[in-house]
Design a protein around this ligand. Structure first.
Ligand code: ADP
Length: 505
């Protein structure tokens, strides 16, 4: 016979409150006597265990447990009765339940002990943990998956806590830097920094704490053996559950191969530019000889005059002799300037940028580019920016661009009735400069207009067709642009821009 459940009453002696509670509690509620016989089995339990109350009430509660607990449960009760030693009562534990269809599932079981009508009873409240467990399992799986990705990544991935010490270090980091995780975890991250880059980490941290991500930042780090390594770094914050930043993780890519290729390409480019400069000047060698001959002849003439005047006893003649010598000196300076410009221009050199005044570059370029143009009867108009804007450039390379444009303009006007060359430098509202070279030649031939800046495009018998291609690559490497437009009155205008030098603080 199924025993009737113990009756509980509220302050007004109302039993139905207990029944309502049993019926509506989502968790399962079970009451057993001291032998483990089920006296109360709530609707919540029906949903959890799939048994109806008629199948459970009056039976041993162990039927709701999987083995080995099922077999051992009577022993637990007896042990408690004999010793009073509680293993679960009053504590609550995560254990397993077993459904009617045999499915074992995780539950949180909380047991209380009491007396009803003088009889000892145990009250069990059961929460189903299936959803929680599967969520936990999902999270674990996700974590395992993530750590697999991190470990198999070709990029070094490591992280540090806010005290600057490294806390994780993947396989690629070991290969890239030469430290094992055991050697580097717990060490300050600055161990990877070259001495001249120690300040970088503060900048990165400031950005991260300002909510800014640091992406593909190119820099240098040190391997364990002390050799430098070119890297690109992305850094992001690590946050705890409340969103507080507790560390920084970094993804680091070895870019040394790319850097070596870039350096190689830069060397090739500067070789090519050098060849182009030599070729450009070799075409005007006669003009250069003439250009040098003029001041040297003048030096000779002035010194001859001075010699003669000094032979005279007349004091006035001596004053004139001094004048002649100083004029000879001026001419010698002119000649040496021409030689300096040529030597600078033709020197084989590595690329390097300095802050320069565009007008000074233009002046040097004009001196070289217009060699021989006087003989060609070319009228030159110069309109230089009064503010003398500063740019951060490789001086000789920018000179080379201008010399090329000037030489092309001079050559283009060789057969023109009107020969006017206009060179303008202008400041672009502080953002950079624009340089314009305009001629009154025949304009760009249609045949090559679309390919003007491609290498080996030339309409000249002895032309190499690399001047404009090199000019474009120089201007673009400096962050500027170059283009050509027709000159309204006939001829061509070449314009190029260069960004302003960064303002140093
Ligand atoms: P190259 O001078 O050796 O031919 P460039 O690359 O400097 O090589 O010039 C390519 C071609 O562009 C020239 O052959 C010429 O046809 C054309 N070009 C360049 N500048 C001018 C100009 N100012 N007027 C007309 N055509 C020009």
């Amino acid at each position: 016979m199924v025993p009737s459940p113990p009756r509980a009453k509220n302050a007004r002696g109302d039993e139905s409150l207990f029944q309502t509670l049993l019926a509506t509690t989502v968790s399962g509620v079970v009451v057993i006597d001291e032998h483990g016989v089920v006296e109360v089995y709530s609707q919540g339990c029906e949903r959890l265990f799939q048994y109806g109350p008629e199948e459970v009430l009056g039976c041993n509660v162990s039927m709701l447990m999987p083995q080995p607990y099922r077999a051992e449960h009577d022993g637990y009760l007896k042990h408690y009765k004999d010793t009073g030693e509680a293993r679960i009562i009053g504590i609550g534990r995560e254990v397993e339940g077993q459904k009617k269809d045999g499915t074992v599932f995780p539950i949180r079981l909380m047991i209380g002990e009491g007396r009803v009508n003088g009889k000892k009873v145990f009250l069990g409240i059961i929460h189903d943990l299936t959803a929680l467990y599967s969520e936990r399992a999902g999270r674990l799986e996700e974590k395992a998956h993530l750590s697999l990705i991190v470990e198999s990544s070709e990029d070094a991935i490591y992280s540090k806590a806010l005290d600057g010490k490294i806390i994780t270090w993947n396989n690629a980091a070991k290969t890239m830097f030469g430290y094992t995780a055991a050697e580097i975890v717990g060490q300050p991250m600055t161990r990877l920094f070259p001495p001249d880059r120690m300040g970088e980490e503060d900048d990165i941290l400031a950005k991260i704490f300002g909510g800014e991500a640091v992406k593909r930042y190119e820099t240098v780090r040190l391997r364990k053996d002390g050799t430098p390594l070119d890297v690109s770094i992305s850094a992001s914050p690590i946050r705890d559950a409340s969103g507080t930043i507790i560390g920084v993780s970094k993804i680091v890519r070895d870019i040394s191969d790319r850097k070596a290729q870039e350096a190689h390409l830069e060397r090739l480019n500067s070789e090519l530019s050098h060849v182009a400069r030599v070729s450009e000047m070799s075409q005007v060698s006669a003009g250069i000889a003439h250009e040098l001959n003029q001041p040297l002849t003048a030096v000779l003439n002035y010194t001859n005059v001075a010699k003669r005047l000094m032979a005279s006893e007349d004091p006035a003649a001596l004053v004139k002799a001094v004048e002649a010598v100083s004029k000879a000196g001026e001419q010698a300076v002119r000649a040496s300037q021409i030689i300096r410009r040529l030597r600078d221009f033709l020197e084989r050199r590595e690329t390097f940028r300095t802050v320069e005044n565009i007008n000074a570059i233009a002046e040097d370029a004009l001196a070289l580019g217009l060699i021989g143009s006087k003989a060609a009867n070319i009228k030159t108009n110069l309109d230089f920016a009064s503010s003398s804007p500063l740019i951060l450039v490789d001086r000789v390379q920018i000179q080379q661009v201008l010399v090329n444009l000037l030489r092309n303009a001079v050559e283009a006007m060789a057969e023109s009735p009107r020969r006017e060359l206009t060179v303008t430098t202008a400041s672009l509202n502080g953002s950079g400069v624009e340089v314009v070279v305009a001629d009154t030649g025949p304009g760009i031939s249609e045949e090559i207009a679309g390919r003007l800046f491609k290498p080996f495009v030339t309409t000249k018998a002895g032309g190499m067709g690399i001047g404009l291609a090199i000019s474009q690559s120089i201007v673009e490497a400096h962050g500027g642009t170059i283009r050509s437009v027709p000159n309204a009155g006939g001829g061509t205008i070449f314009q190029f821009t260069l960004p302003a030098a960064p303002v140093s603080s």
